[in-house]
Design a binder for this molecule. Structure first.
Ligand code: WQD
Length: 345
């Protein structure tokens, strides 16, 4: 019998790619998503890729009785991958309580219910945002956690602490915390990808929307940073590579290979890319020009951060494989496909 995994936020960007990889690896998937930042048609995209339609509940993870019902109706859920969260840094500054409620209560509900339903492990979506501007680059998992710059960032830090304390208290489950760097790109089939809500805040969707003519011009936030070309540096990781790491993490917990009940891994490529380099690589690999101008720095931006992924490479046996060129082509193919689709916003 296939093992069942519950994926919260499974119609979201990283969630949907992970659902496909879980199905491909032989898991049965149950998705919970409140569709606050995604679309029901994502389920069709998943089915077109894997040939399997995941079970789907339109529901909020704040709804504890609802969660309980899902766990009861799908007996034998072995693991949870918890993506469901609000993630707009700027919005979190204006709506802190909504962010704390959404991002903390959902995790508490899941952890509360796991022992009762014998769920063995939870993979938690964390972020390199917990490192702030690291003192040492590339950043390793034992780098100090810096005070968060936004309520959103703070929710990730608090979530990590909640999990750590729960495991320390001896609650009967395991957890793997994955700290993502900057996920980009789309599935190579162009059946699923990122669906930004309104004006994109993130670089790559803004680049592809500018390239296709939805946006007039890309603003590059600052060229006076202490970096070789003056623009900020990030570690851009292919979303399918990232999704695969979740399957490896889940296997590891369910096969009792974890060294400790709590493990933490950076998921990045180990390579820092500047904003200007990314634009240049997009233009070279797609042959499409991106109109851009340099503007003021964006408040709260980290100057440079990239991962040391050795821990994930050695212990998980996972490494980012896709090149930046190929990844940007997938983002572009997805953007072109979106143009002809009904769910474009
Ligand atoms: C990347 C670079 C911008 C837009 C994101 C999430 C954050 C966290 C990590 C999950 C920066 C520059 C961007 C634009 C630009 N994820 N840029 N023009 O800031 O690293 O953070 O990933 O926790 O929540 O927001 O990613 O894509 O916004 O920016 O010049 O129009 O691109 O200044 O240097 P960031 P990003």
């Amino acid at each position: 019998m296939k093992k069942i995994i519950l994926v919260t936020g499974g119609t979201g960007y990283i969630g949907s790619h992970t659902v496909v990889e879980l199905q491909t690896a032989g898991y049965e998937v149950v998705i919970i998503d409140n569709l606050s930042n995604s679309n029901r048609e994502v389920i069709d995209g998943i089915e077109r890729i894997s040939g399997i339609r995941p079970v789907f509940y339109e529901m909020d993870c704040n709804d504890k009785p609802g969660l309980q019902k899902v766990l009861m109706e799908n007996k034998g859920i072995k693991g949870i991958i918890h993506f469901a969260a609000s993630k707009a840094v700027g919005e979190s500054v204006h709506k802190p309580l909504a962010y704390y409620r959404n991002n903390l209560v959902t995790l508490l509900n899941l952890l509360d219910l796991m022992p009762e339903y014998a769920v063995e492990g939870i993979v938690f979506s964390s972020s390199c945002t917990v490192y702030g501007q690291p003192d040492v680059l590339p950043v390793t998992e034992d780098a100090p956690i810096k005070p968060a710059l936004s309520p959103y960032g703070n929710t990730k830090q608090i979530n990590e602490e909640i999990i750590r304390d729960a495991i320390h208290a001896g609650l009967p489950f395991k957890s793997i915390i994955l700290r993502y760097f900057n996920p980009i790109g789309a599935h190579p089939s162009a059946e699923i990808g990122e669906l930004p809500n309104g004006v994109p805040q993130n670089l790559v969707p803004f680049v592809t929307q500018t390239a296709i003519g939805i946006r007039k011009e890309l603003s590059v936030f600052g060229d006076d940073y202490d970096t070789p070309d003056g623009s900020c540096i990030r570690d851009y990781i292919n979303v399918v590579d990232l999704a695969k790491a979740h399957v490896i993490a889940m296997n590891r917990m369910l096969e009792n290979k974890s060294k400790n009940n709590l493990e933490i891994f950076n998921l990045g490529t180990g390579r820092g890319i500047s904003v200007l380099e990314l634009i240049n690589t997009f233009e070279k690999s797609t042959g499409v020009k991106v109109l851009y101008k340099i503007v003021e720095r964006r408040e709260g931006d980290i100057e440079k951060v990239w991962a040391n992924p050795e821990h994930a490479n050695k212990v998980l046996g996972w490494a980012a494989k896709e090149t930046l060129e190929d990844t940007l082509i997938t983002a572009w193919n997805w953007q072109k496909k979106l143009k002809n689709r009904s769910f474009i916003r």
